[in-house]
Write a protein that binds this ligand. Sequence first.
Ligand code: AHG
Ligand code: MN
Ligand code: MN
Length: 333
Amino acid sequence: MRNVTLTQYLVEQERSLSGVGPELRLLIEVVARACKAIGHAVSKGALADVLGGAGTDNVQGEAQKKLDVISNEVLVEANCWGGCLAGMASEEMDDPLPIPSQYPKGRYLLLFDPLDGSSNIDVNVSIGTIFSVLECPPGVTDPTEADFLQPGTRQVAAGFAVYGPATVLVLTLGNGTAGFTLDREVGSWILTQPRIRIPEQTREFAINMSNARNWPAPVTRYIDECVAGKTGPLGKDYNMRWVASMVADVYRILSRGGVFMYPADAKHVEGRLRLMYEANPMAFIVEQAGGAASTGRQRILEVQPAKLHQRVGVILGSREEVERLAGYYAEAG
Ligand code: AHG
Ligand code: MN
Ligand code: MN
Protein backbone atom coordinates (compact mmCIF):
# COMPACT_ATOMS: atom_id res chain seq x y z
CA MET A 1 0.00 0.00 0.00
CA ARG A 2 1.24 3.48 -0.87
CA ASN A 3 1.98 5.72 2.10
CA VAL A 4 -0.28 8.76 2.17
CA THR A 5 1.46 11.74 3.76
CA LEU A 6 -0.27 14.58 5.60
CA THR A 7 0.40 16.83 2.59
CA GLN A 8 -1.27 14.39 0.20
CA TYR A 9 -4.19 13.96 2.58
CA LEU A 10 -4.66 17.74 2.78
CA VAL A 11 -4.45 18.15 -1.01
CA GLU A 12 -7.08 15.44 -1.44
CA GLN A 13 -9.31 17.13 1.16
CA GLU A 14 -8.81 20.43 -0.66
CA ARG A 15 -10.08 18.83 -3.87
CA SER A 16 -13.19 17.38 -2.27
CA LEU A 17 -14.16 19.84 0.51
CA SER A 18 -15.29 23.34 -0.37
CA GLY A 19 -14.01 24.97 2.85
CA VAL A 20 -10.43 23.70 2.52
CA GLY A 21 -8.09 25.87 0.44
CA PRO A 22 -4.33 26.30 0.15
CA GLU A 23 -4.23 28.76 3.05
CA LEU A 24 -5.80 26.30 5.50
CA ARG A 25 -3.61 23.51 4.14
CA LEU A 26 -0.46 25.56 4.73
CA LEU A 27 -1.66 26.49 8.21
CA ILE A 28 -2.18 22.83 9.19
CA GLU A 29 1.18 21.86 7.71
CA VAL A 30 2.94 24.60 9.67
CA VAL A 31 1.26 23.54 12.93
CA ALA A 32 2.12 19.89 12.23
CA ARG A 33 5.76 20.88 11.60
CA ALA A 34 5.82 22.78 14.90
CA CYS A 35 4.49 19.64 16.61
CA LYS A 36 7.39 17.69 15.12
CA ALA A 37 9.81 20.20 16.65
CA ILE A 38 8.07 20.05 20.04
CA GLY A 39 8.04 16.24 19.89
CA HIS A 40 11.76 16.28 19.17
CA ALA A 41 12.45 18.49 22.21
CA VAL A 42 10.21 16.27 24.36
CA SER A 43 12.10 13.14 23.29
CA LYS A 44 15.45 14.69 24.27
CA GLY A 45 14.28 15.18 27.87
CA ALA A 46 17.06 15.87 30.34
CA LEU A 47 19.66 15.81 27.52
CA ALA A 48 18.23 19.05 26.15
CA ASP A 49 17.57 20.55 29.58
CA VAL A 50 13.83 20.82 28.86
CA LEU A 51 12.55 19.29 32.11
CA GLY A 52 11.45 21.12 35.25
CA GLY A 53 9.80 24.43 36.01
CA ALA A 54 10.24 27.71 34.13
CA GLY A 55 9.89 29.74 37.34
CA THR A 56 6.93 31.71 35.95
CA ASP A 57 3.12 31.53 36.21
CA ASN A 58 0.66 31.75 33.33
CA VAL A 59 -2.44 33.96 33.25
CA GLN A 60 -4.44 31.23 34.98
CA GLY A 61 -2.04 31.18 37.92
CA GLU A 62 -0.51 27.81 37.00
CA ALA A 63 3.24 27.32 37.39
CA GLN A 64 4.72 26.99 33.90
CA LYS A 65 7.08 24.19 33.01
CA LYS A 66 10.04 24.85 30.70
CA LEU A 67 8.29 22.81 28.02
CA ASP A 68 5.09 24.89 28.32
CA VAL A 69 7.14 27.96 27.46
CA ILE A 70 9.30 26.30 24.77
CA SER A 71 6.28 24.74 23.03
CA ASN A 72 4.46 28.07 23.03
CA GLU A 73 7.50 29.78 21.47
CA VAL A 74 7.84 27.08 18.80
CA LEU A 75 4.18 27.42 17.80
CA VAL A 76 4.25 31.22 17.78
CA GLU A 77 7.45 31.44 15.72
CA ALA A 78 6.28 28.81 13.24
CA ASN A 79 2.94 30.50 12.67
CA CYS A 80 3.89 34.20 12.51
CA TRP A 81 5.21 34.43 8.98
CA GLY A 82 3.01 32.11 6.89
CA GLY A 83 0.38 34.69 5.94
CA CYS A 84 -2.52 32.40 6.93
CA LEU A 85 -3.34 33.97 10.28
CA ALA A 86 -4.91 37.16 11.56
CA GLY A 87 -4.02 36.28 15.16
CA MET A 88 -3.19 33.59 17.68
CA ALA A 89 -4.29 32.78 21.23
CA SER A 90 -2.68 30.35 23.63
CA GLU A 91 -3.30 28.87 27.06
CA GLU A 92 0.16 30.23 27.95
CA MET A 93 -0.35 33.84 26.77
CA ASP A 94 -2.43 36.43 28.64
CA ASP A 95 -3.86 38.07 25.52
CA PRO A 96 -4.27 37.25 21.83
CA LEU A 97 -1.06 37.73 19.86
CA PRO A 98 -1.27 39.96 16.79
CA ILE A 99 0.70 38.95 13.70
CA PRO A 100 3.88 41.12 13.57
CA SER A 101 3.50 43.99 11.12
CA GLN A 102 6.30 42.80 8.79
CA TYR A 103 4.27 39.71 7.80
CA PRO A 104 1.11 39.45 5.69
CA LYS A 105 -2.10 38.59 7.49
CA GLY A 106 -4.55 35.84 6.62
CA ARG A 107 -8.13 34.91 7.34
CA TYR A 108 -7.73 32.41 10.17
CA LEU A 109 -7.37 32.50 13.95
CA LEU A 110 -5.27 29.81 15.64
CA LEU A 111 -5.78 28.78 19.28
CA PHE A 112 -3.63 26.26 21.11
CA ASP A 113 -2.71 24.44 24.28
CA PRO A 114 1.00 24.21 23.43
CA LEU A 115 1.77 21.48 25.96
CA ASP A 116 -1.03 19.40 27.38
CA GLY A 117 -0.37 17.17 30.36
CA SER A 118 2.31 19.35 31.97
CA SER A 119 2.27 17.32 35.20
CA ASN A 120 3.49 14.32 33.17
CA ILE A 121 6.52 15.99 31.56
CA ASP A 122 9.05 15.17 34.26
CA VAL A 123 7.77 11.61 34.78
CA ASN A 124 8.11 10.58 31.11
CA VAL A 125 4.42 9.95 30.46
CA SER A 126 2.69 10.90 27.17
CA ILE A 127 2.00 14.61 26.65
CA GLY A 128 0.84 16.57 23.61
CA THR A 129 -0.33 19.71 21.83
CA ILE A 130 -3.95 20.68 21.04
CA PHE A 131 -5.06 23.26 18.45
CA SER A 132 -8.21 24.81 17.02
CA VAL A 133 -8.74 26.94 13.89
CA LEU A 134 -11.48 29.57 13.50
CA GLU A 135 -12.15 32.09 10.77
CA CYS A 136 -11.43 35.70 11.63
CA PRO A 137 -14.67 37.71 11.35
CA PRO A 138 -14.96 39.41 7.93
CA GLY A 139 -13.36 42.84 7.72
CA VAL A 140 -11.29 42.38 10.90
CA THR A 141 -7.53 42.69 10.37
CA ASP A 142 -6.46 43.28 13.97
CA PRO A 143 -8.51 40.76 15.97
CA THR A 144 -9.19 41.41 19.64
CA GLU A 145 -10.34 38.91 22.25
CA ALA A 146 -13.98 39.39 21.17
CA ASP A 147 -13.16 38.07 17.68
CA PHE A 148 -11.94 34.78 19.16
CA LEU A 149 -15.09 34.22 21.22
CA GLN A 150 -16.87 31.96 18.72
CA PRO A 151 -18.65 28.73 19.67
CA GLY A 152 -16.91 25.46 18.77
CA THR A 153 -19.40 24.81 15.96
CA ARG A 154 -17.51 27.51 14.04
CA GLN A 155 -14.20 25.65 14.07
CA VAL A 156 -12.90 24.90 10.57
CA ALA A 157 -10.21 22.50 11.81
CA ALA A 158 -8.92 21.01 15.04
CA GLY A 159 -6.22 18.58 15.95
CA PHE A 160 -3.84 17.28 18.54
CA ALA A 161 -0.46 15.60 18.71
CA VAL A 162 0.59 13.00 21.28
CA TYR A 163 4.27 12.66 22.14
CA GLY A 164 4.09 9.07 23.31
CA PRO A 165 5.76 5.77 22.39
CA ALA A 166 4.90 6.86 18.84
CA THR A 167 4.36 10.49 17.87
CA VAL A 168 0.86 10.80 16.44
CA LEU A 169 -1.32 13.56 15.04
CA VAL A 170 -5.13 13.48 14.99
CA LEU A 171 -6.94 15.91 12.71
CA THR A 172 -10.42 16.92 11.65
CA LEU A 173 -11.40 19.36 8.93
CA GLY A 174 -15.09 18.67 9.58
CA ASN A 175 -15.13 15.61 7.32
CA GLY A 176 -14.37 12.78 9.75
CA THR A 177 -11.33 12.31 11.99
CA ALA A 178 -8.02 10.96 10.71
CA GLY A 179 -4.84 9.85 12.47
CA PHE A 180 -1.21 10.18 11.32
CA THR A 181 1.98 8.66 12.71
CA LEU A 182 5.33 10.42 12.47
CA ASP A 183 7.89 8.48 10.43
CA ARG A 184 10.96 9.84 12.21
CA GLU A 185 13.53 8.71 9.63
CA VAL A 186 11.69 10.37 6.74
CA GLY A 187 10.30 13.21 8.85
CA SER A 188 6.77 12.78 7.42
CA TRP A 189 3.36 12.38 8.98
CA ILE A 190 1.88 9.20 7.46
CA LEU A 191 -1.87 8.55 7.38
CA THR A 192 -2.34 5.49 9.60
CA GLN A 193 -6.02 5.84 10.69
CA PRO A 194 -7.98 7.24 7.72
CA ARG A 195 -11.41 7.18 9.36
CA ILE A 196 -11.45 6.91 13.15
CA ARG A 197 -14.73 5.67 14.68
CA ILE A 198 -15.38 5.62 18.43
CA PRO A 199 -17.37 2.55 19.52
CA GLU A 200 -20.81 3.68 20.75
CA GLN A 201 -20.60 1.62 23.93
CA THR A 202 -17.76 1.12 26.34
CA ARG A 203 -16.63 -0.58 29.52
CA GLU A 204 -13.96 1.99 30.33
CA PHE A 205 -14.18 5.34 32.11
CA ALA A 206 -11.62 8.05 32.82
CA ILE A 207 -11.99 10.49 35.70
CA ASN A 208 -9.78 11.83 38.48
CA MET A 209 -11.28 9.91 41.42
CA SER A 210 -9.59 12.19 43.97
CA ASN A 211 -12.27 14.78 43.12
CA ALA A 212 -15.11 12.37 44.05
CA ARG A 213 -16.25 14.28 47.14
CA ASN A 214 -16.74 17.40 44.99
CA TRP A 215 -18.69 15.82 42.11
CA PRO A 216 -22.25 16.77 41.20
CA ALA A 217 -24.89 14.07 41.87
CA PRO A 218 -25.23 12.86 38.23
CA VAL A 219 -21.49 12.09 38.02
CA THR A 220 -21.49 10.32 41.38
CA ARG A 221 -24.47 8.24 40.22
CA TYR A 222 -22.78 7.27 36.93
CA ILE A 223 -19.45 6.36 38.53
CA ASP A 224 -21.16 4.41 41.33
CA GLU A 225 -22.95 2.41 38.63
CA CYS A 226 -19.71 1.77 36.73
CA VAL A 227 -17.97 0.65 39.91
CA ALA A 228 -20.92 -1.62 40.84
CA GLY A 229 -20.23 -3.38 37.52
CA LYS A 230 -22.08 -6.63 36.85
CA THR A 231 -23.93 -6.36 40.16
CA GLY A 232 -25.26 -2.86 39.36
CA PRO A 233 -27.87 -1.44 36.96
CA LEU A 234 -25.43 -1.32 34.00
CA GLY A 235 -24.93 -5.09 34.24
CA LYS A 236 -21.30 -5.07 33.08
CA ASP A 237 -17.91 -4.61 34.67
CA TYR A 238 -16.03 -1.39 33.91
CA ASN A 239 -12.32 -0.63 33.93
CA MET A 240 -10.79 2.72 34.89
CA ARG A 241 -7.95 4.65 33.22
CA TRP A 242 -6.66 8.17 34.00
CA VAL A 243 -3.45 9.31 32.32
CA ALA A 244 -3.85 12.97 33.42
CA SER A 245 -2.92 14.07 29.90
CA MET A 246 -6.14 14.79 28.03
CA VAL A 247 -4.38 14.07 24.73
CA ALA A 248 -3.53 10.53 25.82
CA ASP A 249 -6.94 9.85 27.38
CA VAL A 250 -8.75 11.10 24.24
CA TYR A 251 -6.41 9.16 21.96
CA ARG A 252 -7.26 5.98 23.87
CA ILE A 253 -10.98 6.73 23.49
CA LEU A 254 -10.53 7.30 19.75
CA SER A 255 -8.71 3.96 19.58
CA ARG A 256 -11.01 1.71 21.61
CA GLY A 257 -13.85 3.75 23.09
CA GLY A 258 -14.46 5.01 26.60
CA VAL A 259 -15.76 8.04 28.38
CA PHE A 260 -13.61 10.92 29.68
CA MET A 261 -14.90 13.27 32.35
CA TYR A 262 -13.60 16.43 33.96
CA PRO A 263 -16.95 17.78 35.13
CA ALA A 264 -17.60 21.10 36.79
CA ASP A 265 -17.71 20.29 40.50
CA ALA A 266 -17.73 21.99 43.89
CA LYS A 267 -13.98 22.66 43.66
CA HIS A 268 -13.81 23.45 39.93
CA VAL A 269 -17.07 25.37 39.69
CA GLU A 270 -16.58 26.32 36.05
CA GLY A 271 -14.77 23.08 35.21
CA ARG A 272 -11.03 22.49 35.01
CA LEU A 273 -10.34 22.29 31.28
CA ARG A 274 -10.24 25.26 28.97
CA LEU A 275 -13.07 25.70 26.48
CA MET A 276 -11.08 27.31 23.65
CA TYR A 277 -7.85 25.27 23.78
CA GLU A 278 -8.98 21.86 25.07
CA ALA A 279 -12.75 21.25 25.19
CA ASN A 280 -13.74 22.69 21.79
CA PRO A 281 -11.03 21.08 19.63
CA MET A 282 -11.45 17.72 21.40
CA ALA A 283 -15.25 17.92 21.12
CA PHE A 284 -14.98 18.59 17.36
CA ILE A 285 -12.57 15.68 16.90
CA VAL A 286 -14.70 13.31 19.01
CA GLU A 287 -17.97 14.24 17.28
CA GLN A 288 -16.34 13.79 13.88
CA ALA A 289 -15.35 10.29 15.01
CA GLY A 290 -18.96 9.43 15.90
CA GLY A 291 -18.70 10.22 19.63
CA ALA A 292 -20.36 12.91 21.72
CA ALA A 293 -19.14 15.78 23.92
CA SER A 294 -21.22 17.54 26.56
CA THR A 295 -20.86 19.76 29.59
CA GLY A 296 -23.54 17.52 31.11
CA ARG A 297 -26.17 20.13 30.32
CA GLN A 298 -25.21 21.28 26.83
CA ARG A 299 -23.31 20.18 23.74
CA ILE A 300 -19.80 21.59 24.25
CA LEU A 301 -19.59 22.90 20.68
CA GLU A 302 -22.64 25.11 21.30
CA VAL A 303 -21.29 26.87 24.38
CA GLN A 304 -21.01 30.61 23.65
CA PRO A 305 -17.64 31.65 25.09
CA ALA A 306 -17.59 34.75 27.29
CA LYS A 307 -13.82 34.97 27.75
CA LEU A 308 -10.72 33.54 26.13
CA HIS A 309 -9.40 31.50 29.05
CA GLN A 310 -12.86 30.24 30.06
CA ARG A 311 -13.08 26.83 31.72
CA VAL A 312 -15.86 24.32 31.15
CA GLY A 313 -17.05 20.92 32.38
CA VAL A 314 -16.17 18.14 29.92
CA ILE A 315 -17.80 14.74 29.36
CA LEU A 316 -16.83 13.13 26.06
CA GLY A 317 -16.37 9.82 24.28
CA SER A 318 -18.60 6.88 23.41
CA ARG A 319 -21.98 8.28 22.40
CA GLU A 320 -24.28 6.08 24.49
CA GLU A 321 -22.35 6.72 27.71
CA VAL A 322 -22.23 10.50 27.20
CA GLU A 323 -25.97 10.48 26.49
CA ARG A 324 -26.63 8.40 29.61
CA LEU A 325 -24.72 10.94 31.72
CA ALA A 326 -26.51 13.89 30.08
CA GLY A 327 -29.77 12.09 30.92
CA TYR A 328 -28.72 11.89 34.58
CA TYR A 329 -28.01 15.64 34.57
CA ALA A 330 -31.44 16.30 33.05
CA GLU A 331 -33.14 14.11 35.67
CA ALA A 332 -31.26 15.89 38.45
CA GLY A 333 -32.69 19.20 37.16
P1 AHG B 1 -2.36 21.35 30.99
O1 AHG B 1 -1.15 20.50 31.21
O2 AHG B 1 -2.44 21.92 29.60
O3 AHG B 1 -2.61 22.36 32.07
O4 AHG B 1 -3.66 20.38 31.00
C1 AHG B 1 -3.75 19.33 31.94
C2 AHG B 1 -5.18 18.89 31.95
C3 AHG B 1 -5.49 17.69 31.10
O5 AHG B 1 -4.54 17.32 30.18
C4 AHG B 1 -5.72 16.58 32.08
O6 AHG B 1 -6.80 15.80 31.66
C5 AHG B 1 -6.01 17.26 33.37
O7 AHG B 1 -5.51 18.55 33.27
C6 AHG B 1 -5.39 16.55 34.53
O8 AHG B 1 -5.88 17.10 35.68
P2 AHG B 1 -5.52 16.52 37.13
O9 AHG B 1 -4.10 16.85 37.37
O10 AHG B 1 -6.48 17.21 38.02
O11 AHG B 1 -5.74 15.01 37.06
MN1 MN C 1 -4.06 21.05 28.62
MN1 MN D 1 -1.07 23.18 28.61
